[in-house]
Design a protein around this ligand. Structure first.
Ligand code: NAD
Length: 475
């Protein structure tokens, strides 16, 4: 059975109701390796009905039962990690080393954290003569992007299960295979029928049907700001809860006392992570005006040392972009950067030398970027760094905050008091000081057009809960 031709509904692999399919293209070779069924409103109706019928029983399972279930999911996931890594290489084009070290284990880590969070979580608290009880919100529609599929599945499915919610997952039409494999894992783990359901499809059909569905209590969306706005509008008529994890254009402030060789290099590598297709990537590097040449030189050397090529090769550090459309989009931004007067330090439009097949981009650094330029304002979602000069600390903070987004920010300084004072003034959901790594136990989410709500750890679990006051409960 080819998983790609089926959906997972009510604990079984079912045939799609319609006959729409979409080719699956390997971004490194541009060759099709199969096709996936794309569902529509009728498939979503069937999956929501399965989730709805499973909800009364699953929502009343005990904490211990759900801890045990999460443990079984972790164990089943761990048995398939090699296969998951190969899928990520094939469908996302992520270098195998990154797939093994980040994509796959981070997905599992969310389930481990959800388990520990659940074990310590207080669902029922006295308040005078009353009780305040937190309960699963209901049927959740989970819509995810293609860039870090397993990480995004974990960020949503793990807390939803911990809360006692039932789920309809709609993966990205661009990267459905990792989600299909994940559905197999859920089946193997013995997740009760109807608790987890999966329907593939694109945004305007399956995504819209899920967000607007009257029997879905919450939709959690990760993707572009454009998609997040569409989901919120579609969800409004049924007054469901909407959680949004959207785009970013995160600033990385090099304060003048930072360890430049280390911090600039780390900033460039982080910007290029997953070929620059990472929502929280530090894509705007803010450098002191009088140290611009030094920053440019470190950035140039780092970019030129990237090993661009076949993601299946262990030596590769930069794989291709996800698809032709993304390649064209990134090329458009690179052209626009030049046209609007940014100075090219390295890289630029076109394919890297010797790579004539695959959606490969040249690791690019622009300098003397001004905050008004398109490449400073819009998410490029490719391996392109913008170096923006600043006059003084206040100017750096002003530039960092002059964005419609607010997902993450980065501060580099040898003085932690100074770095903390700057961090407090940045309008972003996470601020990383001196390269502190992502911690999945901490809240993650955006200010402004980067989203609403928080995922990860305790904050992620809380998103999937309703709050009930039981008055007079204690006499
Ligand atoms: P996208 O918005 O095109 O698609 C994301 C998902 O939404 C897909 O499953 C798609 O089918 C669905 N979708 C699209 N239009 C929809 C609609 N009208 N109704 C319902 N569903 C719809 O985004 P993408 O290109 O897949 O992902 C890249 C974007 O995701 C970037 O902007 C990136 O910053 C963002 N992202 C954010 C986070 C975060 O946590 N904040 C994480 C990863 C990616």
């Amino acid at each position: 059975m080819s998983l790609a031709s089926k959906f997972y509904v009510g604990g079984q692999w079912v045939d799609p109701i319609g006959r729409v399919t979409r080719p699956l293209i390997n971004p490194a070779t541009e060759a099709a390796y199969g096709e996936a069924a794309m569902g529509g409103a009728a498939d979503i109706d069937r999956a929501v009905a399965a989730a709805r019928s499973a909800f009364p029983t699953f929502s009343r399972t005990s904490r211990d039962q759900r801890i045990e279930l999460l443990d079984r999911i972790v164990a089943a996931y761990a048995r398939h990690e090699d296969e998951l890594a190969q899928i990520i290489v094939q469908e996302v084009g992520a270098p195998i080393k990154i797939a093994k070290r980040l994509h796959v284990p981070l997905g599992r880590l969310h389930f481990e954290i959800a388990r520990d969070t659940l074990a310590a979580f207080e669902f029922d608290a006295p308040h005078g003569a009353a009780r305040v009880v937190l309960e699963p919100i209901g049927v959740c529609g989970l819509i995810i992007a293609w860039n870090w599929p397993l990480l995004l599945i974990g960020a949503k499915v793990a807390p939803a299960i911990a809360a006692g919610c039932t789920i309809v997952l709609k993966p990205s039409e661009t990267a459905p295979m990792s989600s299909l494999k994940f559905a197999e894992i859920m089946h193997e783990a013995g997740v009760p029928p109807g608790v987890f359901n999966l329907v593939n499809g694109d945004g305007p059909s399956a995504g819209h049907a899920l967000s607007s569905h009257p029997d879905v209590d919450m939709v959690s969306f990760t993707g572009s700001t454009r998609g997040g706005v569409a989901v919120a509008k579609a969800a409004a008529d049924s007054v469901k809860r909407v959680h949004q994890e959207l785009g970013g254009k995160s600033a990385n402030i090099m304060l003048d006392d930072a360890d430049f060789p280390k911090a600039v290099r780390a900033g460039v590598l982080s910007c290029y992570s997953n070929a620059g297709q990472t929502c929280a990537a530090p894509t705007r590097m803010l450098a002191p005006q009088d140290r611009l040449a030094e920053v440019e030189e470190i950035a140039r050397a780092t970019a030129e040392a990237m090993v661009v090529g076949d993601p299946a090769d262990e030596a590769t550090t930069l794989g291709p972009l996800i698809n032709a459309a993304q390649y064209e989009r990134v090329q458009g931004y690179l052209e626009k950067g030049l046209a609007e007067g940014a100075r090219l330090v390295t890289g630029g439009p076109g394919r890297p030398p010797g790579l004539n097949c695959g959606y490969y981009c040249r690791p690019t650094v622009f300098s003397e970027v001004t905050p008004e330029m398109t490449i400073a304002r819009e998410e490029i979602f490719g391996p392109a760094l913008c170096i923006i000069p600043y006059r003084d600390e206040a100017h750096a903070i002003e530039i960092a905050n002059a964005t419609a987004y607010g997902l993450a920010a980065y501060v580099q300084s040898k003085d932690l008091t100074r770095a903390n004072a700057v961090a407090e003034q940045l309008r972003a959901g996470s601020v990383h000081i001196n390269g502190a790594a992502l911690d999945l136990a901490l809240p993650f989410g955006g200010y402004r057009q980067s989203g609403n709500g928080r995922e990860h750890g305790r904050w992620g679990l809380e998103e999937y809960l309703e709050t009930k006051a039981i008055l007079g409960a204690r006499g």
